[in-house]
Ligand binder design. Sequence first.
Ligand SMILES: Cc1cc2nc3c(=O)[nH]c(=O)nc-3n(C[C@H](O)[C@H](O)[C@H](O)COP(=O)(O)OP(=O)(O)OC[C@H]3O[C@@H](n4cnc5c(N)ncnc54)[C@H](O)[C@@H]3O)c2cc1C
Length: 450
Amino acid sequence: MKPGSVLIVGAGLAGSLLAVYLARAGWRVEVVERRGDPRARRHIAGRSINLAISARGIKALERAGLWQDIAKDAVRMGGRMIHPTAGAPHYHPYSSDPTLAINSVSRSALNLALLDAAAAEPNVTLSFDERCTGVDFSAPAATFVNDATGATRTARADLVVGTDGAYSAVRAAMQRNERFDYSQDFLGHGYKELVIPPVASGPHAPFAMEPNALHIWPRGESMMIALPNPDGSFTCTLFWRHDGEGSSFAAIRTGADALAHFRTAYPDAVPLMPTLAADFDRNPVGTMVTVRCAPWSRGAVTLLGDAAHAIVPFYGQGANASFEDCEALVDALAAKPSIGEALCAYEGARVANANAIADMAKYNFIEMRDLAGRPAWQRRKKVEHLLHRIAPVRFTPLYDLVSFSTVPYTEAKARGAATARAVSRVIGVAVSLAVALVVVAALFATGAVP
Ligand SMILES: Cc1cc2nc3c(=O)[nH]c(=O)nc-3n(C[C@H](O)[C@H](O)[C@H](O)COP(=O)(O)OP(=O)(O)OC[C@H]3O[C@@H](n4cnc5c(N)ncnc54)[C@H](O)[C@@H]3O)c2cc1C
């Protein structure tokens, strides 16, 4: 269709990338963001300090010509480094292909790079300090308030896209209409960010631990993870239950109590975290929510990114999936003769995939916090990688399909499940053979077989 005007509500990761795509496709783009303009101070406070960006995000950022620059400050993570309560950490590659890695990227730097790219397009207008308070679906238009001055205004466009995150005001307006399906499901766990600072000396200096890995301290019901930053620090994220006894934010409330708990639960991390108690006291506990809704569009207003499908962070796919949404929307607008048909095609391409990654992200929490610490899971991963090396197309593990390919999430889920069944069969056969061998050996040993 012929490009017109678009109003993008929210200049986070998805909104900024979408602005770049649509401006280059010839649309007149207005982006309105609730927060202040972060470009002067070069920092954006966010829900996590760093993010894992993988194949889907890389593809979308390459399409905007941005990945090469962002990659310069990314730290590659080729596998998981598992830290048991006792004993040395052990490394498990993500893939049987050692060249594959996910990338730890600063959320703030990524968002700034996207905003800079949007601002560089002559047909993009960026406005800050304006919070969306409502949507007129028939116009279509959105209303905004400046919370500091109280000033309000209405902005109109041919197309309105809500990229205003997990607690989207655009989605809230859609919810007031009939036949809008909506569910939100808060995780019983919260998260708190902590830090491992750079070190002056040591085998990995300035990093205190192996930099090219995602570190996991799996503890059954809870866990801590750490992602490397280019300055040599690691951002640790503690995932504990909100309520209950043991490792929970209700039971352990102060930095001093956290330090005491860490000495028994995460002993190898304590010497690396000199500011643990202060960080624990200072940093807030975040919540995690899965949001599903349908339809994503009403008239010429649509949702994209977390506004359409917030997911829990355990597959590191929320931003990656949101960037894929941007590609799907811009492709649909280019291919279809009207906005209505384009939004229909966009939703058709994305809703089932968003639901699939939401399911997989939830399951991956169990894998990370519990299974990854178990020898049986570690053996299973080895068999999975062996099968992948023997028949890479037939037996592609789920992690590879999600993180190192761009096949639709629904296909990744189905193919990953088939590979998991094949792994179970191989392990079943191997166990049966081992049992048979033991029995035969025993028969020979007892003289039952001459
Ligand atoms: C702890 C944690 C770790 C994560 N790790 C990863 C990871 O490793 N890899 C990954 O791919 N994803 C990860 N994610 C998910 C990722 O952060 C999100 O999926 C991604 O930020 C979604 O982008 P978005 O633009 O849709 O939303 P956001 O980035 O949240 O942006 C929304 C924007 O809209 C603005 N806004 C909100 N309300 C209004 C309003 N009423 N009016 C105007 N503007 C408004 C906000 O200020 C914000 O700028 C993680 C999330 C969390 C919580």
